[in-house]
Design a protein around this ligand. Structure first.
Ligand code: ATP
Ligand code: MG
Length: 430
């Protein structure tokens, strides 16, 4: 911290020449929103992950804006905008594929009739507007509560977030237990940011997760799905998995998997999960397509196999047993996380393709090549072969076989990875 910085009661202002947040690294769309709000006489700041990641020298995933303009005023300024959300009213401003999320500064919740809490202290709805300093302390972690002010390009720090970024500490603003009670998803956000940013969760925020974990069961299953996808597509899924285990959160998200993990699981199956997650991380970091279906297929695979083995001992044929086991395990899982049907079906396709990779004679291989979601099933099989759960030769054989059938297949099975294609496919993928 230098002497040029101004410290008021709770605010530290870091002037432009004292930080590395540059307009060059901010998207044109975000700058347009900031400038137009500013010109119209409003306060306009970049906030959240955008500022945090730029300070860390990383490329932000998206840009969030905070302002004193109300949602209606924002709507009037931007034709390409719409108001979304009920719990928190926000405005989405669309520029082609990019969406800038603009939120009005939020005020004190407790005394406001516009904030609804349930009996456990969970925030159901909160649309009380306020000042920027109130807005800052309503955010989750100090590293997420920094503002980049477009009027003079300074960074505003109301929660000592800069020091925490420097020491790579994820610190909850306020009392961690209360903040988890208000919104239990903050526990999953803690895990995600700790993994993604390689931050240490500060002790009291970390300890409170052990006490508050069970509150995740009150979160609507659809919101949990979105959060789980964000966790496993964060580019650090392998670490996320470790942390979810460490904080004993899996029991509330994937109880079947949690039980299996407690029951001295098979090492090669654990290796498989880890390899598959590492593989997903590599794909995410290379901007390749990833699907939630693959993640669920991987994480539920030990249970599906276990259940299939049980059914087989009851005289069901192997392939039929696998299909039935897949449906049963998925049905159990859906009680905890609502996985949209297109993904749960794809996970089942990946599973039921696995025994079919053994048939390399006659008409079978070509038939499998035309199987729904062949490519994901093939990746899944090759990862199994890497850890000794399938023969090494099998992956090699199918790699060659695909090469030989590439011209016709690539035309039919591999749509070009255009932006439009990714946007449609990737809607839930990031
Ligand atoms: P990223 O976009 O990289 O995943 P982010 O920090 O920008 O990370 P968002 O979900 O985009 O996360 O939210 C933007 C900001 O809104 C956060 O940085 C934080 O300040 C605030 N925020 C989001 N969710 C919550 C929450 N559940 N509780 C409190 N503040 C939140
Ligand atoms: Mg963000």
């Amino acid at each position: 911290m230098s002497n040029q910085e101004t410290r008021t009661d709770h605010l530290t202002i870091i002037p432009r020449n004292q930080h590395n947040v540059s307009r060059k690294s901010i998207s044109e769309a975000a700058l347009k929103v900031l400038y137009r709000l500013d010109k119209s006489g409003h306060r306009a700041c970049l906030v959240g992950g955008g500022v945090r990641d730029l300070l860390l020298g990383k490329r932000p995933k998206d840009f969030d804006v905070a302002t004193d303009a109300t949602p209606e005023q924002i709507r009037e300024l931007f034709r390409n905008s719409r108001i979304i959300g009920r719990r928190f009213r926000l405005v989405h401003i669309r520029f082609g594929r990019e969406v800038i999320e603009v939120a009005t500064f939020r005020g004190h919740s407790e005394e406001s009739p516009r904030t609804e809490l349930n009996t456990e202290g969970r925030i159901l709805r909160d649309n009380t507007f306020g000042e920027i300093e109130d807005d800052a302390i309503r955010r989750d972690f100090t590293a997420n509560a920094l503002y980049y002010d477009i009027s003079d390009f300074s960074v505003l720090d109301y929660a000592n977030g800069l020091a925490d970024i420097e020491s790579r500490t994820l610190r909850m603003i306020g009392d961690a237990t209360t903040r988890y009670q208000e919104d239990p998803v903050r526990m999953l956000r803690a895990v995600r940011f700790a993994a993604k940013l390689d931050f240490e969760i500060e002790e009291s925020a970390a300890n409170a997760i052990f006490d508050c974990g069970a509150q995740l069961t009150v979160i609507p299953v659809a919101r949990l799905f979105d959060e789980i996808v964000k966790l496993f597509h964060s580019g650090n899924a392998s670490r996320v998995f470790e942390l979810l285990r460490h904080y004993r959160l899996l029991q509330y998200l994937m109880p079947q998997l949690d039980l299996w993990l407690q029951d001295s699981p098979d090492e090669s199956m654990l290796d498989f999960i880890d390899q598959a997650l590492v593989n997903t991380d590599i794909r995410v970091n290379n901007n390749q397509h990833v699907s939630p279906a693959f993640i669920f297929a991987v994480l539920l695979w030990p249970l599906v196999q276990q259940q299939a083995a049980k059914l087989q001992s009851d005289k069901t044929k192997p392939i039929a047993a696998l299909t039935q086991a897949g449906s049963e395990v998925m049905a159990q899982q859906l009680k905890y996380i609502s996985i949209p049907r297109r993904y749960s079906q794809m996970s089942r396709d990946i599973w039921s393709a696995q025994p079919r990779f053994q048939r390399t004679k006659g008409k079978y291989p070509l038939r499998l090549l035309g199987y729904p979601n062949f490519r994901a099933a093939y990746d899944f099989m090759c990862i199994q072969s890497m850890v000794g759960l399938a023969p090494k030769k099998m992956c090699e054989w199918w790699t060659d076989f695909q090469q030989q059938h590439k011209p016709a297949e690539s035309h039919r099975r591999q749509p070009p990875r255009t932006r439009e294609y990714r946007r449609k496919r990737g809607r839930h993928a990031s």
